[in-house]
Design a protein around this ligand. Structure first.
Ligand SMILES: [Cu+2]
Length: 470
């Protein structure tokens, strides 16, 4: 898509006209750079800079980096806010709002000291703006509709121009009907690389944003007014098993950066390593001030980056530690059925509903392996298969795959880890000592839990307590 100068000025309205005569840089903005668009939720190769200072480009999980053009000494980008169809994982798509064909929008990458000019075209059914979270910029470029600029009307294009004063980890999102527009998936990552190519440099640099959606089984559009009870917990609007693995060569210096635009905090946990918080949306953490972690809590509206050296090969689980956030759509009002024998009831229900499957008697792990008929466009609650069986996850879960001998820039999924002999947990086949354990009647009590009647006002029986006192 190209615009003549006449069209551009017409589309941008009087703001840009006035601006063009006031700020010299703007006279160069006579045409709009093409707005690249992405059709797939497939990780695109990192965009290595062809001009300007050298940097190691980031990898956006299931995403891409927005191409730019140089215009004089301005780096020009073009974002289009628009309705999109996003595949959350194979088997489910959602009708969201995003930028340039996907939600989240493309990652913007630039360098400290760059002057950026970002065109924003509004193809949504309502007005919007973009706020550049964490950037130090003139108040009028901050993107808060009504406060620092008029909202961008439907069909219009606005221009943001600012100097990237510092390197770091940032994001962008609307500040216009914000609750709805973010509930619909409008957000994107913004990385500013250091001017000094050697500063805190890593070999692999992954980015993702956390978003939560409430999409009823069988539906396509999120319930935008939901405040707390979401059922799709996403990284870059993807859920496990649809989230790209983070593929890393042994010995690489690795950085993982993330931001949180959901309504709750996410304790992000990685197995197999300890690591240090290296950067927040406020700036770089001095190396001598960083403390070790294995879980980093990321509050709402925060961004965190952590660094590690990938010296421990393997398939390392990487996930939010809130266990409800590693599941796909589920009801949270289901009863606990552990120990309840539902065989008789199931027989009767099957006469009416032939597909009925009783669940939860022994726990809920059977849900990960079962093939239950699901409504259209719905993902299983717990799913994914590994080399040893069902992984029983969903939502905010992926795998960091550290392998020997990967070429630089090779992000292809290497398959499952080949564990060296003698390094996998195994079944004990020798004798097991008969130690005193829960008495058989506890199990029986548990099996008959459906028969226990607690009279109103009476103290519920504490089975564990009873067992301890035996
Ligand atoms: Cu979480």
């Amino acid at each position: 898509m190209t615009f003549s100068r006449r069209n551009f000025l017409g589309a941008s309205g009087t703001m840009a006209l006035i601006g063009a005569s006031v700020v010299s840089g703007r006279t160069q903005a006579a045409s709009i750079p093409e707005a690249a668009t992405m059709k797939e939720a497939v990780m695109q190769p990192p965009l290595v800079p062809a001009t300007g200072p050298d940097y190691n480009p980031v990898v956006t999980l299931n995403g891409w980096t927005l191409p730019w053009r140089m215009n004089g000494d301005w780096k020009e980008f073009h974002l289009v806010a628009e309705p999109v169809v996003r595949e959350l994982a194979p088997g489910m798509v959602s009708h969201l709002w995003g930028y340039n064909g996907q939600s989240p929008g493309p990652t913007i990458e630039a360098v400290e000291g760059d002057k950026v000019r970002i065109f924003v075209t509004n193809k949504l059914p309502e007005h919007t703006t973009i706020h550049w979270h964490g950037q130090l910029l003139p108040s009028g470029m901050d993107g808060v509709g009504g406060l620092t600029q008029p909202h961008i009307p439907v069909g219009k294009t606005f221009v943001y121009e600012f100097l990237l004063q510092k390197s770091g980890t940032f994001m962008y999102h609307p500040h216009s009907d914000e609750m709805l527009q973010m509930a619909m998936g409008m957000m994107g990552f913004f990385v500013v690389h250091p001017k000094d190519p050697a500063f805190r440099r890593v070999d692999r640099d992954f980015v993702f944003l956390m978003a939560a959606y409430d999409i009823e089984p069988g539906a396509y559009v999120p319930r935008v007014a939901e405040m707390t009870n979401f059922n799709m917990w996403t990284w870059n609007s993807r859920v496990f098993p649809g989230i790209d693995p983070l593929v890393v060569a042994k010995g690489d210096k690795v950085r993982i950066r993330f931001g949180n635009l959901t309504m709750t905090n996410h304790p992000i946990h990685m197995h197999g390593y300890d690591f240090k918080v290296s950067c927040t949306d406020g700036g770089w953490v001095p190396e001598n001030a960083a403390w070790p972690e294995v879980t980093i809590d990321c509050a709402v509206g925060q961004m965190r980056a952590f660094d590690f050296v990938a010296d421990n090969p393997g398939d390392w689980a990487f996930h939010c530690h809130k266990s409800h956030h590693t599941m796909n759509a589920m009801g949270h009002d289901i009863k606990t059925f552990i120990g309840v024998d539902k065989k008789e009831a199931a027989k009767k229900i099957r006469q009416l509903v032939p597909d009925y499957m009783p669940m939860g008697t022994a726990g809920m792990a059977d849900m990960g392996a079962m093939e239950m008929p699901l409504p259209e466009n719905t993902l299983p609650m717990m799913t994914g298969w590994g080399q040893f069986g069902s992984i029983e996850m969903g939502g905010m879960f992926s795998v960091v795959k550290v392998r020997e001998g990967l070429a630089a820039g090779d992000y292809k999924d290497p398959g499952w880890f080949q564990h060296p002999e003698g390094t996998v947990s195994f079944e004990w086949t020798g004798e097991v000592q008969k130690a005193e354990r829960a008495p058989a009647d506890l199990l029986e009590t548990s099996q008959n839990a459906n028969l226990v009647v607690v009279k109103p006002g009476s103290k519920p029986r504490n089975v564990n307590h009873q067992w301890r006192n035996k």
